[in-house]
Ligand binder design. Structure first.
Ligand SMILES: [Zn+2]
Length: 481
């Protein structure tokens, strides 16, 4: 596989420390609020990456943290504590907030067909690991104690700005509005490893440490959790592009200073989802969640499809119109798959292997997901029988996870039921979409049973999909307008 590496700024052949095995780490959510769909774009693309690696034959160990302590509203360790903010907002304890939003996050993941990583570790469960790392960093002079907190000394490093896609100005701490500079820091980019003194007198979660009762900084969590479950040599570290600095830079600084050898050679960053006003955020405009998409009648997998159509290194623009287009294309594809006949013939293994090899090669070019989607359309047109086409599509869906075969089977079944219900005395003609045919028949059945409310509801549903029905002798015809 060839994958762009943010640490070297180029596309490289992906190699691992142990051949055939990938130690993979993903920065997980800070569980103080629902994830917005921009956050989830990263998790979708990382999920595709993991599934692709497995598909291509790697054994993958994927680890993710859940940040339930230590993450302040500025990634540079200033501002409010995000978990405390969530607890105050909802008048609950920090632990209740963490539990509630962790569950909500995994509900969203399930709806988006995102696999749960092999290891999911809440940050509060690994405090011993952080203390072990910080102790060595103090002993070796990479960390210092000032004003009650332990800081990492970035001046000790010859190589700190590893993701130097950033302007020098962006690197300055305190540039964000409303963020005060911490006077205890010796260098502007030093960061907190352990807090004992902060403005949060009411900090709920505290642990004993050699430097006093307190809690860990955000950055140390990922290093500690990764080393515990991935070992000393990580192959692939993933996250949203806004994690690159300072979070990932700091992870590298502390991990390599602790280990005394290079830590993770390959860094994968997913770019932003923007709305027309700019970068999507929780505090600005409409708070776009998976539940909101569902409330508005979208299948969450239509959003997954929307993300897959675009490359992970490009900013993606979210508008309702763009999502509508994606949903329509996804439904159209499902209907085309539904029209294939599963019992058609035997699977042609030669064609199947040929398509699979091409898919591995094409998608392996820097996780080209739009090519993966195109590959499904190519499979529909393959010069072979329907059984082989379905087998190929099912195989590709191990990476895409769009529930293509399941949803197509459901459409087929619904259409079969509707045809039976129609009893053959009512014929629907339209544009060859079994799902719409089924709805038109259901409307007829409802009218026949004098259930006019239901008939009207179905008519409105069809109208919302842009379908116009004309009653004709012995049935109905429909078209998209
Ligand atoms: Zn992280």
């Amino acid at each position: 596989m060839y994958l762009y590496n943010s640490a070297t700024h180029k596309k490289e052949e992906f190699k691992t420390h142990t051949p055939g095995r990938v130690e993979m780490y993903t920065c997980g959510p800070t569980v103080y609020h629902f994830a917005h769909i921009g956050n989830l774009r990263s998790y979708i693309m990382e999920d595709v990456l993991e599934k692709y690696l497995r598909f291509a034959g790697y054994d993958v160990n994927r680890v993710m943290n859940i940040t339930d302590v230590g993450h302040l509203s500025s990634d540079a360790d200033t501002g409010e504590d995000k978990m405390l903010k969530g607890a105050k907002r909802e008048n609950k304890t920090v632990l209740d907030i963490a539990k509630f939003y962790t569950d909500a996050f995994f509900d969203d993941c399930r709806k988006l067909n995102i696999k749960t990583p092999d290891v999911v570790q809440p940050a509060t469960g690994c405090v011993e690991e952080y203390i072990k790392i910080i102790t060595r960093l103090m002993d070796t002079g990479y960390a210092y104690f000032a004003g009650g907190n332990v800081y990492f000394d970035t001046s000790r490093l010859s190589r700190y700005y590893i993701f130097n896609d950033h302007d020098e100005d962006d690197l300055a701490v305190g540039v964000r509005e409303g963020v005060e500079e911490d006077a205890n820091k010796r260098n502007k980019n030093d960061f907190v490893l352990w807090f004992t003194k902060s403005k949060f007198e009411d900090q709920a979660l505290k642990w004993d440490s050699p430097w006093g009762v307190g809690y860990p900084g955000w950055h140390i969590e990922c290093s500690g959790i990764s080393m515990k479950y991935n070992g000393e040599f990580l192959d692939l570290h993933c996250g949203g592009v806004d994690n690159a600095f300072p979070h990932h830079t700091n992870e590298i600084a502390q991990s390599e200073s602790y280990l005394g050898h290079p830590w993770c050679p390959h860094w994968f960053h997913v770019h932003h989802l923007n709305d027309p006003a700019g970068k999507m955020s929780k505090s600005k405009g409409e708070f776009l969640t998976v539940s909101l998409l569902e409330k508005k009648g979208y299948d969450p997998l239509a959003y997954r499809w929307f993300c897959l159509q675009s490359h992970y290194r490009k900013t993606l623009l979210f508008t309702w119109e763009n999502l509508d287009n994606a949903a329509a294309a996804y439904n159209k594809l499902l209907n085309r798959i539904a029209s294939l006949k599963p019992e058609d013939s035997d699977v042609d293994q030669t064609v199947f292997e040929e398509y699979k090899a091409k898919f591995i090669q094409q998608v392996g070019n820097d996780l080209n997901t739009s090519m993966a989607v195109t590959a499904v359309f190519d499979a529909l047109k393959a010069k072979t029988g329907d059984a082989t086409r379905l087998a190929i599509i099912g195989e590709f869906d191990k990476v895409l996870s769009l529930s293509l075969l399941e949803k197509a089977a459901a459409i087929r079944e619904k259409a079969a039921q509707a045809t039976t219900a129609g009893g053959g005395d009512y014929v629907v003609t339209g544009e060859g979409d079994p799902a719409i045919d089924a709805l038109v028949l259901q409307r007829y059945e409802a009218k026949k049973a004098k259930n006019f409310a239901e008939a009207d509801r179905i008519r409105d549903e069809l109208k919302a999909q842009g379908v116009e029905i004309t009653d004709i002798k012995g049935g109905a015809s429909w078209k998209r307008v």
